[in-house]
Design a protein around this ligand. Sequence first.
Ligand code: FAD
Length: 476
Amino acid sequence: MADSNPETIYDVAVIGGGPAGYTAAIRGAEYGLKVALIDASPKLGGTCLHVGCIPTKTLLFNAELWDYLKEAEEFGIKGVESRALDWAAVLARKNAVIAKHVKGLEFLMKKHKIAVFSGFGRATGPAQNGVHTVDVDASGVKSQVKAKNVMLATGSEAKLLPGLKADDRILTNIEILSLAAPPKSLIVIGAGAVGVEFASIFRSFGTEVTILEFLPRMVPVEDEEISKELARVFRKRGIETQTGAKVEKVERTADGVRVSYTDANGNPQVKEAEKVLVAVGRGPLTKDIGLEKTKVELDRGSVKVNEVQETAEPGVFAIGDIVAGLPQLAHVGAMSGIVAMAKIAGRKYRPVRKDRIPSCTYTEPQIGSAGLTEVQAKEKGFEVKVGKFPFAGNSKATIVDSHDGFVKVVADAKYGEILGVHIIGPQATELIAEAVAVMELEGTVDELMFTIHAHPTLSEARLGGDGEVAGMAIHA
Ligand SMILES: Cc1cc2nc3c(=O)[nH]c(=O)nc-3n(C[C@H](O)[C@H](O)[C@H](O)COP(=O)(O)OP(=O)(O)OC[C@H]3O[C@@H](n4cnc5c(N)ncnc54)[C@H](O)[C@@H]3O)c2cc1C
């Protein structure tokens, strides 16, 4: 509930109630700060909850169940041959998951006595006598929020190719989440996490999917061997992947879309489909939020900050997807908010460590990675030792019938410190958590090799990767 007294001076006004903003607001309240949270949308949660992490992972779970049902007989389960997909029910469940968590956030705001303002927030310039003023516009109804500090957390939006506008056939992550039915065919432009996750979902539901990626490999931020394995498994699943493809034009046809592009050999190509998803990255939402009246510095639209998320304008912080040089991930946004709030509250903090961020792609097969890739570690001058363990050698992977993929551990040859872990395969997005914890504690391969992992678990495959660094995995 917003404080109706316009003279109230908050300790912090957070603009944007996505995972960065709402996490920061809660942590601020836990520190005993008086916090206001302003969001342009009437429902908190941002991209992540409404059109990002949560709906996609819900649909990916549906897709996983559906894929298992296709193999039901192999598991001795009969009677599901006549299975049918009720897409409306699939979407209804996705919406119910979102609604449940919107309610959860509303509860948390009340519990922590955070004043929530619904409306578009704009900075008005530097603080006057130590107090910032944020204009709030709720569909024409204007008010102001006064605070000693301002935290910008306005997030990002899908980039489109020049001249394109999203509609019922040219889709971004927003439109594709409410399609009336899975399309017969889909072209996905961009093989980053968003592109490959939607490719994975719709392929499971029978869509003919083609991915066009400009760079030479799929999931280009991942270790090269991960990219290769994903391309291999996607091909096996019937997903066409074209890398080195430069899209020139996207146009609507009588009943679908046509994409013209130059392929990796420099030949012009044309591909038609029912729909096209443009997943070429996300741009920061920093226009029209009053930054021109401040000293806040931008780098191609993203906000420049120091190690505690402070901008060049005293008392103004920036967190989440709008921050220059920070991976656009919900958990990174949340942590950047926690760091900034600790700084404001005068509590102990540690800056976000960019080399210890789990990066997860929830495709089939899943990808979980953290730290340096093999190439990056070598470029940094490390003498590198690599261990690789295939899920084919793991009994739990056999039990769950998921043998594609591997664990790759990149370690420093001298001290055995783990520099990076790259997993593709079953539950990779869960398995990576252990790797991050070990890296956080600067653990070594030797220490891990004497750490007992339960049997039969997929985490034994992760351990196998460590063993292989020393050339001593038991099941390889
Ligand atoms: C399809 C898809 C899948 C994704 N999956 C994952 C995933 O699995 N895991 C992961 O970690 N990340 C994922 N992401 C990325 C993740 O969604 C973002 O990193 C995260 O939402 C960023 O959080 P944020 O708080 O910075 O911004 P946002 O979540 O974008 O929230 C910004 C908020 O600010 C509000 N706002 C904007 N301007 C104003 C203003 N002027 N005044 C008031 N309010 C304003 C908006 O209404 C919004 O609520 C995914 C993204 C997409 C698109």
